[in-house]
Design a protein around this ligand. Structure first.
Ligand code: ATP
Ligand code: MG
Length: 625
């Protein structure tokens, strides 16, 4: 059955023009996309010498009859769109009718195809764009395209290719993208005679991620599931806060099944991960955006790598919200990680090994300790009474643990409180609620804990940073930021564009704790600043704030800059490495951390905890190979 037609000249001329075949990976991409569009269930790829010597893609899709097979090699011949109107709502991966002729013109090309149910198939050989042979072929139903000696007739282009290894890696990345984008299709890759992977058709995306990247990665991902607006659905998986990479290689985004690169989406993802990502690091995402085909223009890039959204702001906001919600949901799973092992191993040998755990009171001598503020109710949130901002001159410092010399209060611990009934009750309550088992502290910094999976290490400094950060942010959101009056109000001048901007955003600035008002054309007066900041030059500080806020864009939450200011300051106030903590303080620190929205990383995105599983330990000790 003939499906393919030549596009009318007027439509063909509207297709984004440019280089279709840049390198072997583009050949692989185009061929796989064709196989997917042809309803294939299984796609096998063979490459040799970085794809320069050979790329072969074999599918079990619906194939083509002889007329279509011949027509498919003409420019602007496609079965996927018919008119300019179709170009406005493309539902297939291909739409231009350009890939096959482009590839065939720069290689030694062979197409073998057979429709399901047809008696015979067709084989066509093309060299450098010229059809050399057409004959009946007897292959299995489906299509096989073989591309040899890429750019053999364009030596200048061939020179621009990278090493075979690099080209192979590009191809692998391309196949990963397609395989993640289409888990329901089986994929295999044979590289220079070695089978690199064979991925069975997967029932769900999670299975595909596991098959391709391993169960360990899957375990550190959180599923995204939301319809943040009526027209946009966002699904897939994203890395828990604290999980990041040095490159963007695992930051995958799909729009209607098409892997795309987009500055807009990358920025939205970063914003969603705000405070959950280390500087210079990239999140891991397998994000799927489903949106009405008419609301996205795919006809903008010659290699179909980019798209344009009709309503970019809605898309951006949808992504930011989905990521924030997902990361917060991931917290529940994280809390479970801290559960102490519930089952004692069944067979404890007669002469069991000595208990190497430190006793609570031997963690460190009492005198040398700093104390963390005490909790109000046992499982209070971070907003415990002890965090109250009592010293107006320095609210952050006031929320910090007093040093040992500042306090005469004897700390309460499960061990030393038996003579006080209310303390006893508290400690019993505490023990009942305690879901983690602290083993000790390493190097005055890492809290060692045992959980069902093995060993958990918590960085006490990073943990305290996160707790303080969330506490201050909560205060900022609920009451507005506490402000501190300047001794002398200051005036400063700004250029007219900035003056306009300040006028428009003056209420946001005030909410952030900046007492600012207009003081004549292009001049402003500040008489107070957020209390948790220590600023030596208020005018310079204001100029920086304006620059930061302006670059953050209009859709950024007004709280965002305040968050950044807090993140920058808490670090200086949090307990440091080398600050020895007593057992109850450590316990409180962990409990407060568990109450945080994003407990697994500090406000700068560094992890607060690391898990070392029993399986890893067994491997290291040579118990398991
Ligand atoms: N593996 C395949 N199985 C079945 N039909 C195919 C296959 N590959 C290509 N075709 C047919 O050949 C036509 C031309 O393919 P080609 O890749 O050149 O263009 P396209 O996919 O329509 O658009 P684009 O240039 O955007 O990829 C397709 O429209 C499709 O009908
Ligand atoms: Mg195509």
């Amino acid at each position: 059955m003939s499906r393919i037609r030549l596009l009318p000249e007027t439509v063909a001329s509207q297709v984004a023009a440019g280089e279709v075949v840049e390198r072997p990976a583009s050949v692989v991409k185009e061929l796989i996309e064709n196989s997917i569009d042809a309803g294939s269930c299984k796609i096998d790829i063979v490459i040799r010498r970085g794809g320069i010597s050979l790329v072969r893609v074999i599918d079990d899709g619906w194939g083509m009859d002889r007329d279509d097979a011949l027509l498919s090699l003409e420019r602007h011949a496609t079965s996927k769109i018919r008119s300019a109107a179709d170009l406005q709502a493309v539902a297939t991966l291909g739409f231009r009718g350009e890939a096959l002729p482009s590839i065939a013109s720069v290689s030694r090309f062979r197409l073998t195809t057979r429709e399901t149910g047809a008696i015979a198939g067709t084989e066509i050989v093309v060299n450098g764009g010229k059809i050399d042979m057409v004959r009946d072929g007897g292959e299995a139903p489906g299509t096989q395209v073989e591309v040899r000696s890429l750019f053999y007739n364009l030596p200048a282009r061939r020179k621009f290719l990278r090493s075979e290894n690099t080209e192979s890696r590009n191809i692998e990345h391309q196949i990963h993208l397609q395989a993640i984008g289409h888990p329901q299709i089986g994929f295999s890759l044979l590289r220079d005679g070695h089978m690199l992977f064979q991925l069975p058709a997967a029932a769900a995306l999670g299975d595909r991620i596991r098959d391709l990247y391993g169960i360990k990665l899957l375990e550190r991902l959180v599923e995204v599931n939301g319809t943040p607006s009526r027209n946009i659905h966002i699904g897939g998986f994203i890395g828990q806060a604290g999980l990041s990479r040095q490159t963007r290689a695992q930051q995958l985004v799909f729009v209607n099944g098409r892997a795309i690169q987009s500055g807009l989406l990358t920025a939205a993802i970063r914003e969603g991960y705000h405070t959950a990502l280390m500087k210079g690091q990239f999140p891991v995402t397998f994000l799927f955006l489903e949106i009405d085909a008419a609301a996205v223009d795919v006809n903008v890039h010659p290699a179909k790598r980019e798209v344009r959204f009709r309503d970019p702001t809605a898309v951006r906001e949808a992504i930011v919200h989905s990521i924030q919600q997902t990361l917060e949901r991931g917290r529940v799973e994280w809390q479970q990680k801290f559960r102490a092992p519930s089952v004692v191993p069944a067979a404890i040998p007669e002469k069991s090994t000595p208990d190497l755990r430190l006793r609570r009171d031997t963690i460190a001598p009492e005198e040398s300790h700093r104390e963390l503020p005490h909790l109000g109710p046992v499982v209070a949130g971070v907003g415990s009474a002890a965090m109250a901002l009592t010293r107006a001159d320095d609210p952050v410092r006031a929320s910090l643990p007093p040093t040992a010399s500042q306090t005469r209060r004897r700390p309460v611990s499960a061990a030393d409180s038996t003579d006080d009934p209310s303390a006893l009750q508290r400690s019993q309550q505490l023990a009942a609620q305690q879901q983690f088992q602290i083993i000790g502290v390493l190097s005055k910094l890492y809290v060692l804990m045992e959980n069902a999976d093995g060993l958990v290490l918590v960085d006490q400094h990073a943990a305290h940073e996160r707790i303080l950060f969330e506490e201050l942010r909560r205060r900022m959101e609920e009451q507005g930021v506490l402000t501190q009056k300047l001794l002398l109000p200051e005036t400063f001048d700004v250029p007219p564009r900035d003056a306009d901007w300040i006028e428009r955003n003056i209420s946001i600035l005030q909410k952030m704790g900046i007492g600012i008002e207009s003081f004549g054309p292009g001049t402003f007066k500040i008489d107070s600043l957020p209390g948790f900041l220590s600023v030596s030059d208020p005018s310079q500080f204001m100029r920086k704030v304006i620059d930061d806020l302006k670059s953050a864009g209009n859709s950024t939450s007004p709280m965002r800059l305040g968050e950044e200011m807090i993140a920058k300051t808490v670090c200086r106030h949090a307990v440091k490495a080398n600050d020895p903590l007593r057992y109850p303080e450590i316990e409180k620190l962990i409990r407060d951390l568990l109450e945080c929205d994003l407990p697994y990383c500090c406000p700068h995105g560094r992890p607060t905890m690391i898990q070392l599983s029993l399986a890893e330990l067994e491997k290291k000790f040579g118990r398991k190979i």
